[in-house]
Design a protein around this ligand. Sequence first.
Ligand code: NOJ
Length: 562
Amino acid sequence: MSTPTETVFDRTGEAAPWWRQAAVYQIYPRSFADSNGDGLGDIPGITSRADYLAELGIDAVWLSPFYPSALADGGYDVADYRNVDPRLGTLDDFDAMVTALHARGIHVVVDIVPNHTSDQHAWFREALAAGRGSAARERYIFREGTGENGDQPPADWVSVFGGPSWERVADGQWYFHHFATEQPDLNWRHPEVRADFVKTLRFWSDRGVDGFRIDVAHMLTKDLTDPLPSQAELDALPQDGNHPIIDRDDVHEVYAEWRAVFNSYDPPRTAVAEAWVHPSRVPLYASPKSLGQAFNFDLLEADFDAEEFRRIVTDNLAISATSGSSTTWVFSNHDVVRHATRYGLPRTERGADGRPLHKHGSQWLLSGGTDPVVDTAGGLRRARAASLFLLALPGSAYMYQGEELGLPEVADIPAAERQDPTFFRTQGAEIGRDGCRVPLPWTESGPSFGFGEAGAHLPQPAWFAEYAVAREAADPHSTLSLYRRALALRHELQTDEALEWLETGRDDVLEFVRPNGWRVITNFGTEPYPLGPDAVALSSSDPVEQALTEVPGETTVWIAAR
Ligand code: NOJ
């Protein structure tokens, strides 16, 4: 069986592990490709599109959860960590997919969800059946309630998805869940919990998986010594490694054990932390003693703004230098409004501290996508410019399925067809994430635009036809053609993990150069920016045009050293 190349050589002949500057494509399996016409994407569907992924030119895929799940949270409620949801295929199908991807030089990264299980997991069922005081309850976080009859929760904490984060069970005890009620948090002080995840990591590593994306990596360990603080007290406590439930230093004891597992394989398995922590604490997760790499969501939260982009890039390169890991960049994933739409909306509303007041696009989603009217063409132009900027940065580039088509968010999903627990737990005060999880359009017509032979588990709007893979593949000016060309060139031009900013004389134009002379200019403004007699290798406005004398507004160009 052929396997992907494990090292990448830059122009100086230095070898670096593949993941340091990989282009990673996130697949949300239930919405990628449906091979059996049940409306749900599946593992054979991914295998059937292996050539598409190879032609796109990515180095790895990251699969969101495909494990057995009651789908209370889109699969992030895992009922069995070492199996495939029967609706998505079998373990044999999984092996066939890994073989097909490896044969095309594509690495495979899978999502691990260690903070919580599904309430359908055998352990949680056992815990409910065994009752208070049982060993089975020790694997989770069960407590007695407060108040005279214990009928009040142990604390007034609010879950990430809204609503209380303590749930009462039939015998009167309460359990803790950071997320939905159906996602009970595990007790990471329990040796069986620790041992079981090591078994899971080995299980997938033995099947040829190259790496892991660790869901909410900063939440696993907790200190729930009595008396529990109130939510207001929790919010006021510093997140300095000693917070009772967020980003505790002791979580790295878990990851040190995992690191030994990763390093026992040749090549070592990789991991990337989804850790929403203060920038100063990111290097702890990215350290080679811990998970090895961490997501950086700063660009995903930024507006299309030269100053903001420059500050974020500079800061994150400095942060990654302290851990020795490479940094990561991302604009879209399965949790946020797609960036082609975000950039067609007014700028993010921010508080005095500069932090976003809401998730960008969330207010627009509440209006059913009508207010304000999205500037679709402008949003796409800016998204293409931003993506070409990102793909030239040192470090790993994470892409989300559909962004290579310039796919916008779907805002008008009827309430009865929504699936995201945030919608239900907030009684619709938050619309949630279904709009970026609508199954992909592969063809311009057909019952689900080629996603499968029947319908799709989330409704696709008629305008999806415009973004169909078949249509874009035939159009050299399309976003798909731009991504294909950019990813191919990125491979050719890839070089040491560094950049130098060049003076442009304009606040709305950024220019940087990579160590081998690969130059990148992004015009965030609308006035064209004059170019010298440089040969343009690629422009986000028009992947075909190479004889440019200026960088048009809201455009990125790549100039390759001659
Ligand atoms: C982060 C995942 O990205 C999100 O989709 C999920 O809902 C939560 N973690 C809970 O697992």
